[in-house]
Design a binder for this molecule. Structure first.
Ligand code: NA7
Length: 492
C-alpha cells in the first residue's frame, strides 16, 4: 500500500550543504534535525578565517539559486561576508531551532530489520532516523606537513584553518609553507604588513587572471531593487559559459578550451613576472588546471613585493628559531603558517558508519572513497551524501552541485515518503559499473596529467566526476531506478 509516510531525517553538518537540505526538508514540512559539531553554522566559512580568504567563484554565483544576495562588497566575496550570508539564510528560513550545536556525530549504525539509522553523538546519546543526509563537507580535516621538528618551533605555528589571531604578523618575520589557493591568498593579504615573508613553495602554480571590482552602494541598491540584475551575472555566459568551457577543457585535454586556458595562464605569467630568477621559480612544470587553478587578480603583482621571498629549496627540518633548508640555510621566523591543505578523503569520517551486514564505511572505502554518482552507497540504504566522493570539482560553485544533488536525493526520498519503498540503495553491480567507467575516464582528465594535488586518490586516480558539467546536471535530473534496490515495507 502506498501513502504519505512521515519521515525523520538526520542531517550531518550545518554548512552550505546541510543548510540546503534543511531548507528543502522544511519546505516539505518534514521532521529533521541538523547535527553540527561546532557552536555555529557555516562549515568551511566558519573554520577558515585567514587573512585574504576569498571565494574564487564570483560572489553573485556563490549563493543558493533561490536566495540571491544584493549585499556583496565585491565581484569576489571575502570569507567573512559569505559566513554572514549563510547566517542570514538560516535566520530567514527559520532553520536555527532544528540545529543541535556542539553535537558531533561519532557513529551511524543501520538496523536492517527496523530500517532505521541510529545516530550516536560524542556525548553518547543516540537517536533513530529513517534517513541520513551526510553534509559534512570535503576540506575540513587539516593536513599537517610531515616535517621533522614541527613541534619544536618557538613561536606560534598553526594550520591556516586554525588561524591564531594572537600570532605576530605585522612587522614580523613570517614563514608560510604551501602554495595552494590558501597560501597564495595569504601572500596577497599580508605581504605589505610583515617585516618579511618567506613563502616555502614546493610546487609553483598556474594563475588564471580574473577581473576584480568592488560594488558601490548604488549598485547594491540596484541589485536589491531588481534581482534580475543579479541573475544576469549569476546565469551569464561569463560565469556559466566559463564553467561549461572549464569542464569541457578538463575532460578534453587536447581540445580548444584547454588550449585557451593554457594560453591565458601562460601569457599572464610571461607578462607579469619581471625578475628572471623569480620567474623561473614560479614557472610550473605541469599542465595548467592539473592542480586547482589559482584564480587571482593580484598574486603575480603581490608576490613581487620586496618583503616576499619565494623559497623553492627543500626543507630539512623545523627548529626553534625557524626553518632549516637542506642546503643549511636557516630562515629565522617569528610566526610559521602551515597552508598545507586538507585530508580530502575523509568526508563523514572519522564518524564510524556501519551499513547492511555490519559492513563499515572504512571497509567499503578501503581502496578509495566512492559513492554512486557521488550521492548514494550500495549497502548503506537511506544514506545520502551531498558533495560526497567522485562529485565534480573545479573552479565553480559547489552550491550549484549540491542543489543538483539535492534534486536527485529528493526523488529517492520521495519513494520512501510515498511508501513505494522502505529502503533505497544502489545495487553493488550498478555502482561497480559506474566506478569502472568513472575511473577509466578520470585517468584521462587534466587532473590525471601528471601533478600532485588533493584531487587525486591514494592510487593517484582523480577522485572526481570525469565528464562534463552538463552530463552531471543531466545525471542529477532523475535517478535511474534500474540501478537501485527498492525494498518494500515489511509488515510488522
Ligand atoms: P592545497 O591546494 O592542498 O595546497 C597545499 C599546499 O601545501 C601545496 O602547495 C602543497 O605542495 C603544500 N604542501 C603540503 N605538504 C607540504 C610539505 N610537507 N612541505 C611543503 N609543502 C607542502 O590546499 P589549500 O588549502 O591551498 O587549498 C585547498 C582548497 O581549498 C582549494 O583548492 C580550494 O578549493 C579551497 P604541493 O603542491 O603538493 O607540492
Amino acid at each position: 500500500m502506498t501513502g504519505q509516510r512521515k519521515m525523520k531525517t538526520a542531517i550531518v553538518g550545518a554548512g552550505m550543504a546541510g543548510i540546503l537540505a534543511a531548507i528543502k526538508l522544511k519546505q516539505r514540512g518534514e521532521e529533521f534535525t541538523v547535527f553540527e559539531k561546532a557552536d555555529r553554522i557555516g562549515g568551511t566559512w566558519r573554520e577558515n578565517r585567514y587573512p585574504g580568504l576569498t571565494c574564487d567563484v564570483p560572489s553573485h554565483a556563490y549563493t543558493y539559486s533561490f536566495e540571491p544576495y544584493a549585499e556583496w562588497q565585491a565581484s569576489y566575496a571575502a570569507g567573512a561576508e559569505i559566513q554572514t550570508y549563510f547566517e542570514k539564510v538560516v535566520e530567514k528560513y527559520g532553520i536555527g531551532p532544528a540545529i543541535r550545536f556542539n553535537a558531533e556525530v561519532t557513529a551511524l549504525d543501520w538496523d536492517d530489520t527496523e530500517a532505521k539509522w541510529t545516530v550516536t553523538l560524542k556525548d553518547g546519546s543516540r537517536q533513530d532516523f529513517d534517513v541520513v543526509v551526510a553534509a559534512s563537507g570535503v576540506l575540513h580535516h587539516p593536513r599537517m606537513p610531515e616535517i621533522e621538528g614541527l613541534d619544536s618551533f618557538a613561536g606560534p605555528a598553526f594550520h591556516t584553518a586554525r588561524w591564531d589571531e594572537s600570532a605576530p604578523i605585522k612587522d614580523a618575520r613570517v614563514g608560510l609553507i604551501g602554495s595552494g589557493s590558501t597560501g597564495i591568498q595569504i601572500v596577497t593579504a599580508i605581504n605589505k604588513q610583515v617585516a618579511s615573508l618567506v613563502h616555502f613553495q614546493r610546487s609553483p602554480q598556474w594563475v588564471m587572471p580574473v577581473p576584480y571590482s568592488t560594488y558601490s552602494d548604488a549598485e547594491r541598491t540596484a541589485f536589491r531593487n531588481d534581482p534580475a540584475l543579479i541573475d544576469a551575472i549569476r546565469f551569464s555566459d561569463e560565469y556559466l559559459g566559463n564553467v561549461r568551457r572549464f569542464t569541457d577543457a578538463i575532460t578534453d585535454v587536447d581540445g580548444p578550451e584547454m588550449k585557451m586556458i593554457e594560453d591565458i595562464c601562460r601569457d599572464h605569467f610571461e607578462a607579469s613576472i619581471r625578475d628572471p630568477e623569480l620567474k623561473e621559480k614560479l614557472r610550473p612544470n605541469y599542465r595548467a588546471a592539473c592542480k586547482r587553478l589559482i584564480y587571482s587578480w593580484c598574486y603575480y603583482e603581490e608576490v613581487q613585493h620586496p618583503a616576499v621571498h619565494v623559497e623553492t629549496g627543500r626543507i630539512e627540518r623545523i627548529e626553534p628559531r625557524g626553518v632549516r633548508m637542506v642546503d643549511g640555510t636557516l630562515h629565522e621566523l617569528d610566526t610559521l603558517v602551515l597552508a598545507t591543505g586538507f585530508q580530502a578523503d575523509r568526508f563523514i569520517r572519522p564518524a564510524g558508519v556501519t551499513g547492511q551486514g555490519g559492513v563499515t564505511l572504512d571497509a567499503f572505502w578501503a581502496r578509495r572513497p566512492t559513492a554512486h554518482y557521488a550521492v548514494t552507497l550500495p549497502g548503506f540504504p537511506n544514506l545520502f551524501m551531498l558533495n560526497g566522493p567522485t562529485g565534480p570539482v573545479g573552479n565553480f560553485s559547489l552550491i550549484d552541485i549540491a542543489e543538483m544533488q539535492w534534486s536527485y536525493i529528493d526523488q529517492l526520498i520521495d519513494l520512501l515518503r510515498q511508501g513505494r519503498a522502505e529502503t533505497v540503495a544502489p545495487t553493488a553491480e550498478a555502482h561497480a559499473h559506474y566506478e569502472e567507467r568513472r575511473i577509466a575516464a578520470a585517468k584521462t582528465t587534466i587532473f590525471g596529467s601528471g601533478c600532485q594535488s588533493w584531487y587525486l586518490d591514494a592510487e593517484g586516480v582523480p577522485a572526481s566526476w570525469p565528464w562534463s558539467y552538463d552530463a552531471f546536471e543531466q545525471a542529477m535530473k532523475a535517478p535511474n531506478l534500474s540501478e537501485y534496490t527498492l525494498r518494500e515495507r515489511v509488515a510488522a
